[in-house]
Design a protein around this ligand. Structure first.
Ligand code: NAD
Length: 511
């Protein structure tokens, strides 16, 4: 058995022997071919089992998350157990509807051909999770994968070792071991997993590893979903309510100690508003973590940094900034504690403005106005989330119409993750593919096109006569018949085309 990392070893997480991995995957592939997971009732029963795994062991999960992330019961229930259970219940309730074959109207020419889109399982899929929300981003995608009828291999992050261990202990007490398995490990085990053939890979984590996953998947032409991160900006406009904006931004930044893929990474704000905004952040901070009760370090509501490696990374960022620390700043390596920290007057080339922060540091970059904020955002990678605080509807429209991002939210932070009716995912370097609710089911399904052409009996003979003009020997008369049957005529008027010169247009007409 390969050696576990320190965190995984401390948690007592057993790594899967590398030589067992090909067999586990081939068993899952064989189980898929038995057709067992095609039954909607079977899928629903497995999802119900998953819901009971969380219901029966809620306290065990809260404890494992506490050990991994120093997380409060509130945050673990609110951000992981509640959301995941809601998604399971919604999926169980809606699965019949989602899985029902769709019958699109294909036009009169195809009225008898039974055009149908069947949402079908892809086969055996792999879900690779990240440590920051070890239930939501690891078991979350599995819900869609089961709902769509696949057999599933889950590889939890070894960085959140206690939760990975608990998942491994419970998984096959609840889920059918023929169809749903877990492999645990670090890079060597994950590499061995990625050497196997899958029909879909769903990865959550950083973009560097995302590229490794996409390259490995290319060998099998395996589709991937990459849920990545990046720097998610917030613009606070002069038409915003600064007190509400400060509360919601500070909450988004301090939740899970800032270790959230969609956490507001930095704030853009007009120069003249910065001081008032900082004053409101200070009020919100005191309300969240009152000094009278010992402040943030004594607060049970505030989580810890996952490990000393990340703690050191964040502290290096903090000591490298040329901005002004106006709130927080204190830390303690032994406790992996780092206070929510606001840094004002940050310049574009500052140490905190290069990579994703993924911790509780909040830089404020003063800008001239909304136009300057949009230009700044557009000069960087497309973020996973883009936040705006504004009351002016013209500002809202201008901001969202002129930027790109995985999601765009006015007036709050993080909450779009909880709305299952919205697809969740990135664009460009923040990833591709979507999940949550129906989007998860679709992500793990193949939209199989199907026709049931009349080919026997009277109807078969009628359609044969109607369609016979497609057969050789080809003639102009037969082509005319086929066009009459199936061609659209271009009946709309010609739009103005400034690129087409008179000569070019006459050439194209002549040809
Ligand atoms: P991580 O270290 O837990 O790694 C994620 C997975 O990749 C783990 O299963 C790990 O074993 C595997 N892995 C690591 N190195 C590997 C390698 N060289 N080859 C193969 N597999 C390897 O997580 P992380 O990357 O530190 O996660 C943090 C990042 O994830 C942040 O950028 C965050 O924004 C992003 N994230 C995105 C979402 C989302 O939904 N878009 C959610 C959570 C986190």
């Amino acid at each position: 058995m390969a050696a576990a990392t320190t965190a995984a070893a401390e948690a007592g997480l057993q790594y899967t022997p590398i030589d067992a991995i090909p067999g586990i995957v081939s068993d899952l592939r064989a189980a898929f071919l038995t057709g067992k997971t095609r039954s909607i009732e079977y899928r629903k029963n497995q999802l119900k089992q998953l819901a009971y795994m969380f219901k029966d062991h809620q306290d065990d999960f809260i404890q494992s998350l506490q050990k991994d992330l120093g997380r409060s019961r509130f945050e673990s229930v609110f951000a992981e157990l509640m959301g995941t259970t809601n998604e399971i219940v919604e999926t169980v309730n809606k699965l019949d509807k989602w899985a029902k074959p769709a019958k699109p109207w294909a036009g009169l020419a195809w009225a008898a051909h039974g055009a149908t889109v069947r949402s079908e399982p892809k086969g055996t899929v792999l879900v690779l999770g990240a440590w920051n929300y070890p239930i939501t981003v690891q078991v979350g995608p599995v819900i869609g994968a089961i709902a769509a009828g696949n057999t599933v291999l889950l590889k939890p992050s070894e960085v959140a070792g206690h939760t990975a261990k608990l998942l491994a202990e419970l998984w096959n007490k609840y889920l059918d071991p023929e169809c749903f398995r877990i492999v645990n490990g670090g890079i060597p085990e994950t590499t061995a997993v990625l050497d196997q053939r899958f029909e879909h890979i769903f990865y959550t984590g950083n973009g560097t590893v995302g590229r490794i996953i996409a390259e490995k998947a290319a060998k099998w032409l395996c589709p991937t979903t990459l849920e990545l991160g990046g720097k998610s900006p917030v613009y606070v406009d002069k038409s915003a309510d600064l007190a509400i904006a400060a509360h919601r931004i500070l909450w988004g930044k301090s939740f899970n100690c800032g270790q959230t893929c969609i956490a507001p990474d930095y704030v853009l704000i007009p120069h003249e508003l910065q001081d008032r905004f900082v004053a409101e952040l200070k009020k919100a901070y005191e309300r969240f973590y009152p000094q009278l009760k010992g402040g943030v370090n004594a607060s049970e509501s505030y989580a810890r940094i996952i490990n000393t490696g990340h703690w050191k990374r964040l502290n290096a960022m903090l000591s490298g900034t040329k901005g002004k620390v106006v709130l927080g700043g204190e830390g303690d390596e032994a406790q992996k504690f780092l206070a929510p920290t606001v840094i004002a007057d940050v310049r574009v080339d500052d140490a905190v403005m290069s990579g994703e922060i993924f911790g509780p540091l909040l830089p404020i970059v003063p800008v001239r106005d909304v136009k300057a904020a949009v230009d700044f955002i557009n000069s960087r990678d497309q973020p996973l989330a883009l936040y705006l605080f504004a009351g002016d509807s013209k500002v809202k429209q201008f901001f969202f119409d002129n930027t790109r991002s995985g999601a765009c939210v006015q007036g709050d932070t993080l909450l779009h993750f909880a709305v299952d009716a919205l697809p969740f995912g990135g664009t460009g370097p923040s990833g591709y593919g979507n999940y949550h609710g129906k989007a998860s089911f679709d992500q793990f399904s193949h939209q199989r096109a199907s026709l049931d052409a009349p080919s026997t009996g009277i109807l078969g003979k009628i359609i044969e006569a109607v369609m016979a003009s497609r057969y050789p020997p080809y003639t102009d008369a037969n082509l005319k018949k086929m066009r009459a049957l199936a061609a659209y005529s271009v009946s709309f008027s010609r739009p103005n085309n400034p690129h087409q010169s008179k000569t070019a247009s006459s050439v194209s007409v002549a040809s």
